[in-house]
Design a protein around this ligand. Structure first.
Ligand code: C2E
Ligand code: MG
Ligand code: MG
Length: 695
């Protein structure tokens, strides 16, 4: 017997189906976005609403067919159907947040959901129309089962797609309508499979009560659905606001982070960024990161640039030079500003040779002048590098070591780079020891002056003595080559230098008082001391205090004082006004020796030992030395050759009618011993060639 669905109930079941689909979509969206944060009560409500939605949809659908027949509902089966529908809902709620999963997972889910769908359907049918299992047509059942599988599959895909993007309300409604329609269609196809060979009771009445029951079920179900959907929608809205707020907070946090991590002047990251970055690199270091190199960069003359072109000009200079440095560094390396004119960068998996190349490139670009307005200024840089194996370093040490290396690069004459090494640490410790020992050296009377005679080679006459400082310290005898640079750095050179000059002048005065022949004393003066604007004044007051004629005192300077020629020329003039003599020491060792003698009037040219050493056996060296001697003479200066150690050297130099100084004649000696050497020369002028060497 053919069965035809009641038309008004078809409409009603379609509405319930669409409403259920709509709620399903909202709940799915809600569950997948809220994930674990859903309260268990909301979950239960969602399951109940969905379960009753599924089941109500079935019941109304079945009633649609049953409107014109008499039947006795079996409530225990209907209750079981409702429970099964809730189980189906619970299963869906459980798997939605997990996403679609693997192929086998998906197959498992589809089969289980399809089975539950069919079970709900069968229980609904049995509960209302007392359908027995035997009444089912196998072929129709198989067909409907395949359809359910297909629909479940597309249902999952559909859910997955709508999960991936934010859905608008309109889209959600369209989706719900499609889903609802498909479900309704499926239901009627599916239900038909049961009726092909069913014998139903005769018609009784107009079936109004069936329609009323269906409407009642629809009402209850709709109420539940609306309630659940509404709760989910309200919470989703709150979630959206919350997400929006969170995004805003995150954006301002990011803005703040960028500000806090960026140097406002140059736009490169600042020290906070660098430390955080380094920490991060070290923390996340896996087996691939073996070494880290940190390079610290400091401008040598930034202070003078600021003085020359003002603070704003200095800022402009930094901005421009930073661009230049960035261009030299590979993209993977980020330059950061540590402070004032100090910059830093880290190199992962650094090799010594690469770091060296990088530093050389930086030295080159830093040398080129920068144009600021009308002026062009330049400042060399010094670089300190620390390169360590990742497994044995911490970032604080890394930076400290680079800092020490930078310090050593600066001490070694700037515009250079140094790698940190344990020896460097030793020398820095030694330097610190010397620095602190120097503070007390004068007060403790640890200094003394030794005198080395200067001999006129032709006559064998002693014409002067060079005063050389000696320090017998708590650290033992420290040579001047070691402690003078430290004294220059810590500023102690001013008081020490003054003491040497006074001491030498007092000694000269004592010799003069004893009636000894007229000689001069040469006193070494370091660049720092010489460039002190009060230097000439100090010299003058010492001369007055010791009552020594200015012409008997010679100040030995090196070409390094000529870096700032204008200042140097002024100071030289002041000294010449006083009447002291001026000698250029260690001539021939630097690059700008000629520049030094070209610009100032000097009294003595002291040729460095290194030039004399090469003379024997080398005609070229001899030619150079002869030219320098000639140059000195042409400038009207006395020429002294330092470091004469052998008779052969002395004989060779004698022909040039110059002055000699060196161990051959005498080592630098304390005044009393120096006088004995001097006396020998007075006794036998020809003693020049048989000089007694006293130690
Ligand atoms: P300098 O002014 O060139 O002094 C000459 C150096 O050569 C002295 O070394 C002297 O002992 C050494 N010398 C002299 N003849 C010979 C020789 O035949 N063979 C060899 N191998 N060496 C010879 P010293 O005394 O160790 O001084 C080293 C440097 O320290 C000096 O070089 C000078 O630049 C600096 N210095 C010494 N005393 C003072 C001082 O009172 N003030 C300042 N600012 N610097 C000083
Ligand atoms: Mg000297
Ligand atoms: Mg010298």
């Amino acid at each position: 017997m053919a069965m035809f669905p009641h038309i008004s109930l078809i409409f009603l079941s379609s509405i319930v189906s669409i409403a259920t689909s709509y709620t399903v979509l909202i709940l799915i969206e809600y569950i997948s976005r809220r994930k674990k944060a859903i309260h268990s009560r909301s979950k239960v409500l969602a399951i109940l609403a969905l379960g009753s939605g599924f089941f109500g949809m079935q019941v109304i659908g079945i009633l649609t067919f049953a409107a014109e027949y008499r039947f006795t509902p079996r409530f225990e089966l209907l209750a079981l159907g409702l429970v099964t529908a809730c189980l189906l809902a619970a299963y869906i709620v459980k798997i939605i947040p997990k996403g679609i999963g693997s192929r086998s997972e998906m197959t498992k889910r589809i089969i289980l959901s399809a089975f539950l769908v069919k079970a709900v359907h069968f229980l609904g049918l049995s509960g209302i129309l007392s359908v027995r299992f035997s009444a089912i047509s196998a072929s129709y059942y198989l067909l409907s089962a395949i359809m359910v599988l297909g629909v479940t599959y597309f249902g999952f895909r559909f859910v997955q797609q709508s999960n991936a993007k934010q859905v608008t309300e309109r889209q959600r409604l369209i989706n719900a309508a499609i889903m609802g329609a498909v479900l309704t269609l499926l239901h009627y196809t599916s239900t038909n499979t049961f009726y092909s060979n069913m014998a139903l009771p005769p018609v009784v009445g107009d079936g109004l009560w069936v329609i009323s029951t269906a409407v009642f079920v629809a009402l209850i179900v709709s109420l539940l659905l609306v309630f659940a959907a509404n709760l989910a929608l309200v919470d989703l809205h709150a979630l959206e606001t919350e997400t929006g707020l969170l995004q805003q907070v995150k954006a301002s946090e990011n803005r703040f982070r960028t500000l806090a991590y960026t140097d406002q002047l140059t736009g490169v990251p600042n020290r906070h960024w660098f430390f955080a970055h380094l920490r991060e690199v070290l923390d996340s270091a896996d087996g691939n990161l073996k070494t880290i190199g940190v390079v610290l960069l400091d401008f040598d003359d930034f202070k003078s640039i600021n003085e020359l072109i003002g603070q704003d000009g200095g800022d402009e200079f930094l901005k421009k030079i930073v661009e230049r440095l960035k261009a030299v560094l590979p993209e993977s390396i980020t330059l950061a500003r540590l402070s004032g004119d100090e910059f830093i960068f880290a190199v992962e998996n650094a090799k010594k040779a690469d770091l060296e190349q990088l530093c050389q490139n930086i030295l080159l670009v830093a040398e080129e002048p920068v144009h600021i307005g009308e002026r062009s200024v330049s400042s060399g840089v010094s670089l300190g590098i620390s390169c360590q194996e990742v497994r044995e370093l911490n970032e604080e040490n890394l930076i400290k070591q680079a800092d020490l290396a930078l310090f050593m690069a600066k001490s070694a004459g700037k515009e250079s780079y140094r790698f940190f090494s344990p020896e460097l640490l030793d020398s820095s410790i030694r330097k610190q020891e010397i620095t602190s020992a120097l503070q007390q050296a004068l007060v403790n009377g640890e200094f003394s002056v030794h005198y080395q005679p200067q001999i006129e080679l032709v006559s064998g006459r002693v014409i002067g003595f060079e005063a050389l400082l000696r320090w017998n310290s708590t650290l033992g005898a420290v040579p001047p080559s070691e402690f003078i640079p430290v004294a220059e750095e810590c500023g102690a050179i001013h008081s020490i230098g003054e003491w040497v000059l006074r001491e030498a002048c007092q000694q000269l005065k004592a010799w003069r008082k004893e009636g000894r022949p007229d000689v001069h004393v040469s006193v070494n003066v370091s660049a720092k001391q010489f460039l002190d604007p009060k230097f000439a004044e100090k010299v003058s007051s010492i001369l007055i205090a010791t009552d020594v004629p200015a012409r008997c005192v010679e100040i030995e300077i090196t070409e390094s004082v000529m870096i700032d020629l204008d200042t140097a020329a002024g100071l030289v003039e002041e000294l010449q006004d006083i009447g002291v003599k001026l000698a250029i020491d260690d001539f021939g060792t630097g690059y700008s020796s000629l520049n030094a003698v070209k610009n100032i009037q000097i009294d003595t040219l002291k040729i460095d030992k290194s030039l004399v050493d090469e003379v024997l056996g080398s005609d070229r060296s001899m030619a150079i030395l002869a030219t320098i001697i000639e140059l000195g003479k042409n400038l009207g200066a006395d020429v002294v050759v330092e470091g004469l150690e052998t008779l052969e050297q002395v004989n060779l130099m004698k022909q040039y009618e110059i002055i000699g100084q060196g161990y051959y004649f005498s080592r630098p000696l304390p005044a009393d011993k120096a006088v004995r050497v001097w006396d020998k020369y007075l006794e036998q002028p020809d003693g020049l060639f048989h000089a007694p060497i006293l130690y």
